[in-house]
Design a protein around this ligand. Structure first.
Ligand code: HEM
Ligand code: HEM
Length: 199
């Protein structure tokens, strides 16, 4: 629905927008990185030194990918906590009044679920590497925050994967909604979050 051009659009602050896009960029790297590194380390068909066909290769590149995943994951956690606190303190702009109430409620639900998973997924990742003692990041050990327990580590890694997939589904819905607002409904919802020069 086209809107009255005189309508003063309430937008997100530059800090909220900057953090949104930085976190989005890191998530777009982190999800495929997690899936590829575990495939490479556990599933990828390869030939070992004895010439046998085996699954999975844990070479320097795989180690590099795992260290990168841990480092990016902790960076995401730190940025999301900052973004979440900022959101609780400063709130968000009023919803676009042209958007039906049901859609606004649905988008709010997806936003809070994404916040929850953006915190829970990396916390689970850290707990899993702590239980399993896979704490190395580029040769530097992270502090253990739990006792050692291989079984718990495996179980939490499974939940880490499941929760990451749910996050991927929510992000896909969120991006589909942004495309719907921008190109089908042609309202100004996406403009609130875009850098001023692009909007
Ligand atoms: C928002 C942040 C994160 C996302 C979206 C994410 C996502 C993923 C995904 C999709 C996988 C592949 C799961 C599989 O196929 O088994 C994975 C695996 C893994 N993640 Fe994360 N992760 C995040 C944060 C972290 C953090 C903070 C750590 C540790 C400090 C971590 C450690 C690991 C490890 C060690 C694996 C490999 C598990 C295995 O070998 O079975 N992740 N992650
Ligand atoms: C991994 C990727 C992403 C994550 C985790 C993410 C997360 C979020 C969250 C949590 C909010 C709520 C902000 C708040 O009110 O506190 C939000 C808002 C928003 N996001 Fe994303 N986002 C991602 C990618 C994208 C992309 C690719 C687009 C556009 C194509 C986009 C467009 C928007 C817009 C327009 C809003 C404001 C919605 C409104 O005002 O109702 N996001 N995003």
């Amino acid at each position: 629905m086209a809107q009255d051009p005189r309508y003063q659009l309430p937008t997100y602050t530059p800090a909220a927008r900057g953090l949104h896009w930085l976190i989005a960029l890191l998530i777009f790297i982190q999800l495929p990185l997690g899936l590829y590194m575990t495939y490479r380390g556990n599933e990828m068909p390869t030939i070992n030194e004895k010439g046998e066909a085996v699954k999975g290769i844990f070479d320097a590149l795989t180690g590099f990918l795992y260290s990168s995943h841990k480092l990016i994951g902790l960076t995401i956690l730190f940025l999301v906590l900052a973004r979440f606190l900022y959101r609780l303190m400063r709130g968000a702009p009023q919803p676009d009044p042209s958007v039906p109430r049901g859609l606004t409620a649905a988008s709010r639900l997806v936003h809070w679920l994404m916040y929850a998973l953006l915190i829970v997924v990396p916390v689970m990742g850290y707990r899993a590497i702590s239980y399993g003692r896979y704490l190395d990041v580029f040769g530097i050990p992270l502090p253990a925050v739990t006792e050692k327990n291989e079984d718990l580590s495996k179980e939490i890694f499974e939940w880490h994967e499941r929760a990451a997939i749910v996050l991927l589904v929510l992000v896909s819905l969120h991006v589909a909604a942004a495309i719907y607002h921008r190109f089908i409904r042609k309202d100004r919802v996406v403009e609130r979050m875009l850098p001023k020069k692009i909007a």
